[in-house]
Design a protein around this ligand. Structure first.
Ligand code: M6R
Length: 608
């Protein structure tokens, strides 16, 4: 998704904007641009392609020199990626960068045309906003912003400069994220905290419809009506290093290695005297007792974490759990109400469909619980209760450590719910919690023990155009994530199937050498899964089996066996995930793909 930055201070503004935008590359983008006040005039430089293309262009054509400006990385929605459609966009006296979508831009454009404003250069919704701001601008920036905000519908964060207000930046947001950094004698705006960490850890959160003004190195805030607002300065607990690769070739592999720490950080503060304690997140045994049904709603990987949660919650707490894709749930008029708990899982906390579901549920009597990684994100702020996962910034588009900590929270929640409802006794709850506390060391051991196998097996996958992941029960839930991970970064078509479903159609796809990866960690279902493996093997499939180190599977049962540590069956997903992530990672590396930024994907999907 698009990224916004802005800077006012003594440094070379262009350098700051480019370095801050580089920290937002993980969001995905197809063009970039900046606008800088140079000797009191706004100078714009923009280009289709990567930031390096923009830098190259500026080297040839001249780099704007100044101390105040705005910058943008664009992920095309309205209009193809091109130099013209890149931000910033300008009206006569106003230049803006924009993240989000203006839903009624066509009507606004018509309104402007009807009022003799016809000078549109691009296909973007953003340019329409620049023109509208300009239309309302009579020398009072706050008035122009207010009048514009009254007209526009949609989600947006805007960085704005007015030609006759040199060295000053205005910004405003509705729905789309925007933070305001405060350094010594310098101030920033950015779509996300990592963009400013090189310069400062201190930042403010901008709320809906609040306006920030950056001037003389500091930030001041006001409402749309110009009323001054005092805001609390926050300090980021992520340092710049944790947003960097730390010696690994890609963020994804770094983040796979960070999983033990992420789980530890997430689980440890939620344990009190050997039992789960989510009271700090607003969840008490009393609130849990009243829950009749649980709905888990999310997108992509986060939804897959919910699938594992369903098995665990239903098994332990005997509470019915429905898992839904957010983009489906919001349009199917769901039956929810008093006594229901809707859990929204989201790494970014800004995913448009998940956010929409939260708002829809908030209009009912159901309670909402957010499981979110990014602090202060919209979903986290708007839910009734929030459990933050503490994975730190996840930069690779392919989610790994965020999924792992989402699983950890699913377990914590299931244990506490089952105990509160009297479905498990204290001893059982203690035992399960103790096993969860031990997971970081086991995950670390697993990464080290399977890395070579995965690297080797991935060389056998790179030439296939299609493969299957299969599993039963919890292994099926897991295989969904394994399959998504592999396809999103290796570009190999991959599907996950419940192993028992193969005979009902899918087995006809099996041809000589087609890879089938079976996840077989659930010993109670092992024999049945082994039969399915034999069936596909007999039809020529190249088989890979992920099973525990004691599983009764002979070496001859599959072409490749990946043995992982044996722990309680219910917790196996946290271990079995690791080889699936590594298989995806090395397949992508071996194919020479852009591992951290797969094509057509964005880290944070803030549009529908
Ligand atoms: O930020 P969210 O967790 O809400 O994002 C949801 C999905 O877009 C995300 O998990 C996506 O599927 C990942 N690229 C998967 O690796």
């Amino acid at each position: 998704m698009c990224g916004i930055v802005g800077y006012v201070g003594p440094r070379d503004c262009t350098d700051v904007l480019i370095s801050a935008l580089a920290k937002l590359e993980y969001r995905g983008y197809d063009s970039a641009g900046i606008a800088v006040f140079e000797n009191g005039k706004i100078e714009v430089a923009k280009s289709k392609g990567r930031l390096s293309d923009l830098v190259e262009k500026m080297e040839k054509e001249g780099k704007p020199q100044g101390h105040a400006g705005i910058g943008h990385t664009r992920w095309a929605t309205h209009g193809e990626p091109s130099d013209i459609n890149s931000h910033p966009h300008s009206g006569r006296r106003v230049t803006i960068v924009h993240n989000g979508i203006i839903e009624n831009y066509k009507q606004i454009k018509q309104f402007l045309i009807d009022n003799e404003r016809t000078e549109f250069l691009s296909d973007t919704d953003t340019e329409v906003v620049a023109q509208l701001l300009d239309f309302y601008y009579n020398g009072d920036p706050i008035r122009a912003i207010r009048r514009t905000l009254h007209e526009v519908r949609g989600s947006f964060a805007l960085g704005i400069v007015f030609a006759d207000r040199p060295e000053t930046i205005y910004a405003v947001r509705r729905e789309s994220p925007l933070i305001v950094g405060q350094g010594k004698g310098e101030a920033f705006i950015a779509s996300d905290v990592p963009a400013i960490l090189k310069y400062t850890k201190d930042y403010y959160l901008l709320e809906h419809n609040e306006i920030v003004i950056l001037k003389n190195g500091s930030a001041s805030f006001c409402t749309m009506h110009g009323r001054v607002i005092d805001k609390e300065l926050k300090t980021a607990d992520w340092d710049e290093d944790s947003a960097e690769k730390g010696g690994y070739p890609h963020f994804m592999i770094k983040e796979i290695h960070e999983q033990p720490t992420a789980v530890k950080m997430t689980v440890t503060p939620r344990i009190e005297d050997g039992l789960p304690d989510l009271s700090e997140c607003g969840i008490t045994p009393e609130t849990l007792k009243d829950i009749n049904n649980v709905f888990i709603v999310a997108c992509g990987t986060a939804m897959h974490a919910g699938m594992v949660g369903k098995y665990v919650i239903e098994k332990l707490a005997r509470v019915s759990v429905t898992v839904d894709i957010a983009s489906e749930f919001r349009y199917r008029n769901p039956l929810i109400g008093k006594g229901d708990l809707v859990i929204i899982i989201s790494q970014s906390g800004e995913t448009a469909d998940s956010k929409a579901v939260l708002r829809l549920v908030k209009e009912t009597e159901a309670k909402t619980l957010a499981i979110v990684n990014v602090k202060g994100s919209s979903i986290a702020r708007e839910a009734d209760m929030v459990i933050y996962t503490h994975a730190g910034p996840e930069i690779a588009v392919a989610s790994t450590k965020a999924y792992m900590v989402q699983l950890a929270v699913m377990y914590l929640f299931a244990f506490e719910l089952a105990y509160a409802k009297g479905r498990i006794d204290e001893a059982k709850c203690r035992d399960l919690t103790d096993q969860l506390i031990k997971m970081p060391a086991i995950i670390e051991k697993t990464v080290n023990s399977v890395v070579d196998d995965c690297q080797y097996i991935s060389t056998k996958l790179i030439s296939t155009s299609s493969l299957l992941y299969i599993g039963r029960g919890l292994d099926y839930a897991l295989s969904m994530e394994g399959s998504l991970k592999l396809k999103e970064i290796s570009y190999i078509h991959s599907e996950s199937y419940a192993a028992g479903e193969l005979k009902h159609g899918t087995i006809s796809l099996i041809t000589e050498g087609m890879p089938v990866i079976a996840v077989a960690t659930q010993n109670t279902l092992l024999e049945k899964t082994i039969s399915n493996i034999e069936e596909v093997k007999a039809r020529g499939a190249m088989t890979v089996v992920i099973c525990d180190e004691e599983a009764d599977i002979g070496e001859e049962a599959a072409d490749y066996l990946i043995r992982i540590p044996k722990i309680a069956e219910m917790l196996m997903p946290m271990v079995a995930t690791v080889p699936m992530q590594l298989l995806a990672y090395y397949t992508s590396v071996n194919k020479g793909n852009d591992v951290d930024r797969p094509r057509n994907l964005a880290k944070s999907v803030t549009v529908e």
